[in-house]
Design a protein around this ligand. Structure first.
Ligand code: CA
Length: 224
Protein backbone atom coordinates (compact mmCIF):
# COMPACT_ATOMS: atom_id res chain seq x y z
CA UNK A 1 0.00 0.00 0.00
CA UNK A 2 1.15 3.54 -0.70
CA UNK A 3 0.09 6.42 1.47
CA UNK A 4 0.67 10.15 1.47
CA UNK A 5 1.95 11.65 4.71
CA UNK A 6 1.47 15.39 5.11
CA UNK A 7 3.54 16.44 8.10
CA UNK A 8 5.96 19.32 8.63
CA UNK A 9 7.71 18.01 11.74
CA UNK A 10 10.72 16.01 10.50
CA UNK A 11 11.00 13.74 13.54
CA UNK A 12 7.33 12.80 13.52
CA UNK A 13 7.46 12.17 9.77
CA UNK A 14 10.57 10.02 9.98
CA UNK A 15 9.19 7.98 12.89
CA UNK A 16 5.94 7.31 11.03
CA UNK A 17 7.66 6.48 7.78
CA UNK A 18 9.97 3.99 9.53
CA UNK A 19 7.14 2.41 11.49
CA UNK A 20 4.85 2.04 8.47
CA UNK A 21 7.65 0.57 6.38
CA UNK A 22 7.74 -2.40 8.72
CA UNK A 23 4.16 -3.13 7.64
CA UNK A 24 5.04 -2.85 3.94
CA UNK A 25 3.40 0.54 3.66
CA UNK A 26 5.22 2.91 1.34
CA UNK A 27 5.06 6.50 2.47
CA UNK A 28 5.32 9.56 0.25
CA UNK A 29 6.08 12.51 2.46
CA UNK A 30 5.29 16.17 1.87
CA UNK A 31 5.62 19.10 4.29
CA UNK A 32 3.18 21.71 3.06
CA UNK A 33 -0.45 22.04 2.07
CA UNK A 34 0.56 23.15 -1.44
CA UNK A 35 2.71 20.04 -1.98
CA UNK A 36 -0.01 17.87 -0.47
CA UNK A 37 -2.59 19.10 -2.98
CA UNK A 38 -0.21 18.42 -5.85
CA UNK A 39 0.75 14.95 -4.60
CA UNK A 40 -2.81 13.91 -3.76
CA UNK A 41 -4.08 14.96 -7.16
CA UNK A 42 -1.96 12.20 -8.72
CA UNK A 43 -4.52 9.87 -7.12
CA UNK A 44 -2.05 7.04 -6.45
CA UNK A 45 -2.39 6.83 -2.68
CA UNK A 46 -4.58 4.46 -0.70
CA UNK A 47 -4.94 6.97 2.12
CA UNK A 48 -3.68 10.32 3.36
CA UNK A 49 -2.33 10.96 6.85
CA UNK A 50 -2.80 14.64 7.42
CA UNK A 51 -1.29 16.96 10.02
CA UNK A 52 -3.36 20.07 10.71
CA UNK A 53 -0.86 22.74 11.61
CA UNK A 54 1.19 23.15 8.44
CA UNK A 55 3.52 26.04 7.50
CA UNK A 56 1.14 27.30 4.81
CA UNK A 57 -2.21 26.67 6.44
CA UNK A 58 -4.64 24.30 8.12
CA UNK A 59 -4.28 20.77 6.76
CA UNK A 60 -8.05 20.37 6.91
CA UNK A 61 -8.35 22.71 3.90
CA UNK A 62 -7.00 19.87 1.79
CA UNK A 63 -10.06 17.69 2.29
CA UNK A 64 -12.77 19.79 0.59
CA UNK A 65 -10.34 20.60 -2.22
CA UNK A 66 -9.80 16.91 -2.91
CA UNK A 67 -13.49 16.12 -2.68
CA UNK A 68 -14.25 18.99 -5.09
CA UNK A 69 -11.93 17.32 -7.60
CA UNK A 70 -13.90 14.10 -7.16
CA UNK A 71 -11.05 12.44 -5.25
CA UNK A 72 -12.41 10.19 -2.53
CA UNK A 73 -9.03 9.20 -1.01
CA UNK A 74 -9.62 8.40 2.67
CA UNK A 75 -8.08 10.97 5.00
CA UNK A 76 -6.97 10.41 8.59
CA UNK A 77 -6.31 13.67 10.38
CA UNK A 78 -3.34 13.55 12.77
CA UNK A 79 -3.22 16.30 15.30
CA UNK A 80 -2.01 17.40 18.67
CA UNK A 81 -5.36 19.03 19.19
CA UNK A 82 -7.46 16.16 20.41
CA UNK A 83 -10.53 17.85 21.75
CA UNK A 84 -14.02 17.14 20.61
CA UNK A 85 -14.60 20.41 18.71
CA UNK A 86 -11.53 19.76 16.54
CA UNK A 87 -12.53 16.19 15.95
CA UNK A 88 -16.00 17.23 14.84
CA UNK A 89 -14.51 19.95 12.59
CA UNK A 90 -12.25 17.35 11.00
CA UNK A 91 -15.03 14.91 10.31
CA UNK A 92 -17.33 17.67 9.06
CA UNK A 93 -14.87 18.66 6.32
CA UNK A 94 -15.06 15.11 4.99
CA UNK A 95 -12.06 13.60 6.75
CA UNK A 96 -12.64 9.91 7.46
CA UNK A 97 -11.04 9.59 10.84
CA UNK A 98 -9.13 11.45 13.44
CA UNK A 99 -6.14 10.48 15.54
CA UNK A 100 -4.78 12.63 18.35
CA UNK A 101 -1.00 12.73 18.87
CA UNK A 102 0.65 10.96 20.51
CA UNK A 103 -0.77 7.66 19.26
CA UNK A 104 0.48 4.09 19.04
CA UNK A 105 1.35 2.84 15.57
CA UNK A 106 -1.03 -0.10 16.13
CA UNK A 107 -3.86 2.37 16.57
CA UNK A 108 -2.98 4.09 13.30
CA UNK A 109 -2.79 0.73 11.49
CA UNK A 110 -6.19 -0.25 12.89
CA UNK A 111 -7.70 3.01 11.64
CA UNK A 112 -6.09 2.55 8.24
CA UNK A 113 -7.51 -0.95 7.94
CA UNK A 114 -10.94 0.30 8.96
CA UNK A 115 -11.09 3.12 6.45
CA UNK A 116 -9.63 1.03 3.66
CA UNK A 117 -12.47 -1.42 4.03
CA UNK A 118 -14.72 1.34 2.79
CA UNK A 119 -14.79 2.01 -0.93
CA UNK A 120 -12.24 4.72 -1.71
CA UNK A 121 -13.84 6.14 -4.80
CA UNK A 122 -17.16 7.24 -3.43
CA UNK A 123 -17.28 10.90 -2.62
CA UNK A 124 -20.26 10.65 -0.34
CA UNK A 125 -19.23 8.81 2.74
CA UNK A 126 -21.90 6.13 3.08
CA UNK A 127 -21.34 2.91 4.93
CA UNK A 128 -23.42 -0.23 4.57
CA UNK A 129 -23.57 -2.66 7.49
CA UNK A 130 -26.20 -5.38 7.68
CA UNK A 131 -29.39 -3.76 6.38
CA UNK A 132 -28.32 -0.41 7.75
CA UNK A 133 -26.96 2.33 5.58
CA UNK A 134 -25.21 5.23 7.29
CA UNK A 135 -24.46 8.53 5.64
CA UNK A 136 -21.55 10.09 7.55
CA UNK A 137 -21.87 13.39 5.69
CA UNK A 138 -25.49 13.99 6.51
CA UNK A 139 -25.59 11.83 9.65
CA UNK A 140 -28.59 9.84 8.56
CA UNK A 141 -29.12 6.16 9.33
CA UNK A 142 -31.57 4.27 7.13
CA UNK A 143 -32.81 0.70 7.09
CA UNK A 144 -34.45 -0.12 3.77
CA UNK A 145 -36.13 3.17 2.93
CA UNK A 146 -36.90 4.10 6.53
CA UNK A 147 -34.73 6.70 8.27
CA UNK A 148 -34.09 5.85 11.92
CA UNK A 149 -35.01 8.58 14.34
CA UNK A 150 -31.94 8.94 16.55
CA UNK A 151 -31.19 11.76 18.97
CA UNK A 152 -27.69 13.26 18.74
CA UNK A 153 -26.06 11.08 21.38
CA UNK A 154 -27.46 7.81 20.03
CA UNK A 155 -26.25 8.92 16.61
CA UNK A 156 -22.75 9.53 17.97
CA UNK A 157 -22.73 6.11 19.64
CA UNK A 158 -23.79 4.51 16.37
CA UNK A 159 -21.15 6.41 14.37
CA UNK A 160 -18.39 5.47 16.77
CA UNK A 161 -19.39 1.80 16.82
CA UNK A 162 -19.78 1.69 13.03
CA UNK A 163 -16.28 3.06 12.47
CA UNK A 164 -14.94 0.11 14.46
CA UNK A 165 -17.47 -2.51 13.48
CA UNK A 166 -16.40 -5.98 14.54
CA UNK A 167 -14.06 -4.65 17.22
CA UNK A 168 -14.72 -3.74 20.82
CA UNK A 169 -14.87 -0.01 21.47
CA UNK A 170 -13.75 1.05 24.92
CA UNK A 171 -16.25 2.77 27.14
CA UNK A 172 -13.96 5.77 27.46
CA UNK A 173 -13.81 6.19 23.67
CA UNK A 174 -17.58 6.12 23.45
CA UNK A 175 -17.95 8.59 26.29
CA UNK A 176 -15.42 10.87 24.63
CA UNK A 177 -17.31 10.68 21.36
CA UNK A 178 -20.67 11.34 22.93
CA UNK A 179 -19.94 14.04 25.47
CA UNK A 180 -18.11 17.28 25.11
CA UNK A 181 -15.81 18.04 28.00
CA UNK A 182 -18.20 20.42 29.74
CA UNK A 183 -21.02 17.90 29.71
CA UNK A 184 -21.77 16.32 33.02
CA UNK A 185 -21.35 12.58 32.50
CA UNK A 186 -23.76 10.55 34.53
CA UNK A 187 -22.46 7.09 35.24
CA UNK A 188 -25.23 5.15 33.52
CA UNK A 189 -26.08 7.63 30.78
CA UNK A 190 -23.94 5.93 28.15
CA UNK A 191 -25.60 2.59 28.85
CA UNK A 192 -28.99 4.23 28.45
CA UNK A 193 -28.06 5.62 25.03
CA UNK A 194 -26.66 2.24 23.98
CA UNK A 195 -29.80 0.41 25.19
CA UNK A 196 -32.10 2.73 23.26
CA UNK A 197 -29.97 2.45 20.15
CA UNK A 198 -29.87 -1.35 20.46
CA UNK A 199 -33.66 -1.48 20.71
CA UNK A 200 -34.13 0.79 17.69
CA UNK A 201 -31.73 -1.32 15.61
CA UNK A 202 -33.64 -4.45 16.62
CA UNK A 203 -37.07 -2.91 15.98
CA UNK A 204 -35.95 -1.77 12.52
CA UNK A 205 -34.45 -5.21 11.82
CA UNK A 206 -31.15 -3.55 10.92
CA UNK A 207 -29.21 -6.82 11.01
CA UNK A 208 -26.84 -5.40 13.61
CA UNK A 209 -26.30 -6.28 17.25
CA UNK A 210 -24.62 -4.31 20.00
CA UNK A 211 -22.89 -6.53 22.55
CA UNK A 212 -21.75 -5.32 25.95
CA UNK A 213 -18.23 -6.49 26.66
CA UNK A 214 -18.08 -6.59 30.41
CA UNK A 215 -15.54 -4.24 31.94
CA UNK A 216 -14.37 -2.99 28.54
CA UNK A 217 -17.03 -1.48 26.36
CA UNK A 218 -19.30 -2.32 23.46
CA UNK A 219 -19.05 -4.22 20.22
CA UNK A 220 -21.20 -3.73 17.13
CA UNK A 221 -21.45 -6.71 14.84
CA UNK A 222 -23.62 -8.22 12.14
CA UNK A 223 -26.52 -10.23 13.50
CA UNK A 224 -26.33 -13.94 12.84
CA1 CA B 1 2.59 20.50 12.26
Amino acid sequence: MRILLVEDEPEMAEALRTALKRYDIVTDHVRTLADAIEAATEDVHGAILLDRQLPDGDGLDLVPRLRAKGLGIPVIVLTARGDLADRVAGLNTGADDYLAKPFAIEELLARLRAILRRPADVVTDIMQAGRLSYDFDNRVATVGSEALSLPRRELLVLETLLRRIGRTVQRASLEQAVYSFDDEIQSNALDTHVSRLRRKLADADAGLEIHAIRGIGYLLKLAR
